[in-house]
Design a protein around this ligand. Structure first.
Ligand code: NAD
Length: 500
């Protein structure tokens, strides 16, 4: 079975995309299907995917358990070769993967989908490159002892993915788990499963059957079955903090390994030295990028709480509003588009409710209101960027993860005060510090309670870096070799007596 790489958007003949279990493209055991809707063409069905059940998870786990020992027993260079071949295959299809992800997520092709496909390729190459680093140590334990450790795979990893950047999140888990010698059962999000199925198709040729399986379906059914399944040794979850809390409880109940990449409400702190005439535009551009406006703010690392020093507050807001207001919201597949669409009707409504809530607060200043945006000729979940100024850190819009293009701006005067406000959050995923004074910037970065702090830049994660959350933003690290070792291996100590 070959999945089509470019889907028709005329609303007719949506193809069926089976899921991938034990090297076969299969329907669900129950024969149920579910529609995948294009968020930028509301009502248009892109494809149908199997609506899986616990029985499908059983099949996938059985296949993964059967395949994993032989995969782990290979010399690491064989796994490395497979990952490199997959990287080449993905790179060859990067453009079609980007177009597909633009279709099923609503993320704009130029600003988001293409870079995401490139990151996917890079992470396969990176984990291929470090495949030999999943290795143990030898203790200098005297001449009569050989004491060494082995970093052994955990076994079968259940990878549960969100919809906001499915290829990138898959890339944080799949190549790392495979390089360490694990097999996987992957569950894509209901709203955006297509690129994950396509990824599996491109990888399939280079992997033994059963090493990588994809089961589509609902979180409460397929996700839950993965979390509960005794044959899943590790649950690697990326998604919301509320579901993550449940996943952690359920997985811990049966003492399975679990790591969580969850939500965020990340601070972005602008010092006066970053808003001097020669720097102000670059800082505004960085803040715009950090806010992930071009992913409609649907990013766990969005710098969505902006703290601007009082001395530069008005000038900075002016420049930022000019840049954000110039973003082109439109068809994700159009090269001119900066911002695509919100993922679905429910999330669209939620974002609008947050905007209304923020607008109703006393003293708020509406700098930009994205709810008034109307996409001429397009019917989808479009939402323009919103900037609310004069916000208090205690308001709902400043405390809760909106997961939409809504930036709240809070003035500050004193460094201790802004650090305290930045840290006054149950989240701790990312943070951004903007200052021309490196001492000031680093001293602040070290005080922020977040797993990842960027100074004078607002881009995405970089291959090989350590990535993960503090507080309720999660546990565990991804993207790096240290994270992969901690997340996807277990240490076995071997002590040997040597007779002389
Ligand atoms: P979500 O928590 O609703 O769903 C995530 C995944 O969990 C989906 O595949 C869903 O089907 C599944 N799921 C739902 N119920 C489940 C259950 N009972 N058991 C097992 N799995 C279940 O999140 P979402 O709406 O898809 O994604 C948005 C959230 O993800 C945001 O909070 C965002 O911050 C977070 N996120 C975090 C990161 C990170 O790296 N920290 C990255 C991307 C997204």
């Amino acid at each position: 079975m070959k999945h089509q790489t470019v889907l028709e958007l005329n609303g007719t003949d949506a193809p069926d995309w089976p899921m991938y279990i034990d090297g076969e493209w299969v329907d669900s055991v129950e024969g149920a299907w579910t529609e995948v809707v294009c968020p930028s063409r509301a009502g248009t069905v892109l494809a149908r995917v199997p609506n899986g059940s616990a029985a499908d998870v059983d099949r996938a786990v059985a296949a993964a358990r059967a395949a994993q020992p032989a995969w782990a027993a290979l010399h690491f260079t064989a796994r490395q070769r497979a990952l490199l071949q997959i990287a080449d295959a993905l790179e060859g299809e990067a453009e079609s993967l980007a177009a597909l992800t633009a279709q099923d997520t609503g993320n704009a092709l130029r600003t988001q989908a293409r870079p995401e496909a490139a990151t996917l390729v890079s992470l396969f190459r990176y984990f291929a490159g470090v495949a030999g680093e999943f290795k143990g140590t030898v203790l200098p334990a005297g001449e009569n002892q050989l004491q060494y450790t082995r970093l052994e795979p955990l076994g079968v990893v259940g990878a549960i993915l969100p919809w906001n950047s499915p290829l990138m999140i898959a890339a944080m888990k799949i190549p790392a788990a495979l390089a360490a010698g694990n097999a996987l059962v992957v569950k894509p999000a209901e709203d955006a499963p297509l690129t994950i199925l396509r990824l599996a198709e491109l990888a399939a040729e280079h992997l033994p059957a059963g090493v990588l399986n994809v089961v589509t379906g609902r979180g409460s059914i397929v996700g839950e079955a993965i979390v509960q399944h005794p044959g899943i040794d590790k649950v690697s979850f990326t998604g919301s903090s509320s579901v993550g809390r449940h996943v952690a409880t359920a997985a811990s109940e049966r003492l399975a390994h679990v790591s969580l990449e969850l939500g965020g409400k990340s601070p972005s702190i602008v010092f006066p030295s970053a808003a001097t005439p020669d720097r102000i535009d670059a800082t505004a551009a960085g803040v715009l990028l950090a806010m992930r406006f071009t992913r409609q703010g649907q990013s766990c690392t969005a710098g969505s709480r902006l703290f601007v020093h009082e001395d530069v507050y008005e000038a900075f807001l002016d420049r930022l509003a000019a840049q954000v207001g110039a973003l082109k919201v439109g068809d994700p597949l159009d090269e001119a588009t900066d911002m695509g669409t919100i993922i679905n009707a429910k999330q669209h409504q939620t974002v609008r409710e947050y905007v209304e809530d923020g607008k109703s607060q006393p003293g708020v200043r509406v700098v930009l209101d994205g709810s008034t945006f109307s996409p001429e000729g397009l019917e989808g979940f479009y939402q323009g960027p919103t900037i609310l100024a004069g916000v208090r850190n205690s308001w709902r819009v400043a405390r809760e993860e909106i997961f939409g293009p809504v930036l709240v701006v809070i003035p500050w005067r004193d460094v201790d005060e802004v650090v305290a406000m930045a840290n006054d959050s149950h989240y701790g995923l990312a943070a951004y510090v903007w200052s021309a004074d490196l001492d000031e910037a680093l001293a602040t970065a070290h005080r922020i309670e977040s797993g990842w702090v960027q100074v004078n830049q607002g881009g995405s994660q970089m291959v090989g870096q350590s990535y993960g959350g503090y507080k309720q933003s999660g546990t565990g690290r991804e993207f790096s070799i240290e994270g992969a070792i901690a997340s996807f291996t277990q240490t076995k100590q071997i002590n040997v007596s040597i007779r002389r």
